[in-house]
Design a protein around this ligand. Sequence first.
Ligand code: NUP
Length: 291
Amino acid sequence: MSVGADVSVRGWGAYFCGANMLLMVRVTFFPSHAEVRWGFRVSFEDRILRAADKNGTRTILALDLEDANASRLLKRSREVLQSVQGLICGVKINRQLVMALGLRAVADSIVKLANDFSLPTIMDAKLNDVGHTNGFMARTYFDMGFDAVIASPIAGWENGLDTVFEAANSRKRSVILLTYMSNPGAETFYSLMAQQPDGHGKPVFEILTDLAVEWKAQGVIVGATQPRVISRVRQLAGPNLPIYSPGVGAQGGDPKAALEAGSTYLIVGRSIYNSSDPAKAAMEFRRPIAT
Ligand code: NUP
């Protein structure tokens, strides 16, 4: 039986285990998989804010390197992370690394290294299945140490994303929902007008934004290539919901325009890790959180 209580002090989503010895043991034995202070688990949102503050940046590194040689891939991925660690505020992993290296190796090497640098990690799983498989995947990623997962709200709540939020909430982890993707083809679906019960049309991305608020998602993804959509999502979601924007650099999005429109964080991959000088490239994307 858990007598744990959720404590929130100055925005610290924290985790007080009280008499729940199982949870206490978990945080004691695996401190590298989660930043834990005095038995309190620091939330993803606070970890990323702190890193953004400390490093003066809103850039999340998308570590999507590809190499058929697994040991070279791991070595290069660690080198890139090491070289930019003071210039980013989080690390996002996609299937490139998981498929090539295996989830356990990614957790033990990349997630651990990110934690050593006090950088939170996001698994870009784009979960979009029925409840039991979504739940399995979310639990597995969280238990491997990821702080947040990306999911697609298209699956809906009941026997869809309900299990993902359950897994996240019970572990004090986070869910970020795809709301408007960065690729040109995203318009086909995300801008589609959906007829509402009152007969009026509403773009799909606005419905998804409302769902993110209703489901208490900890963030939304909106492509940096769509500053007008970012402004509208910011308007609908209010000032506090973090907007994560991939699509700058290699996909053509302008970081300044995205941030001015209301994005909170930029997600940057190829423009950093394919650069001959990743630290210099990360420096160019650096924007202080306070502006
Ligand atoms: O809409 C999205 N666009 C996008 O590029 C949602 C995403 N999750 N991403 C991811 O962001 C994509 O999978 C990749 O990992 C990263 C962008 O990489 P790059 O274009 O900066 O190399």
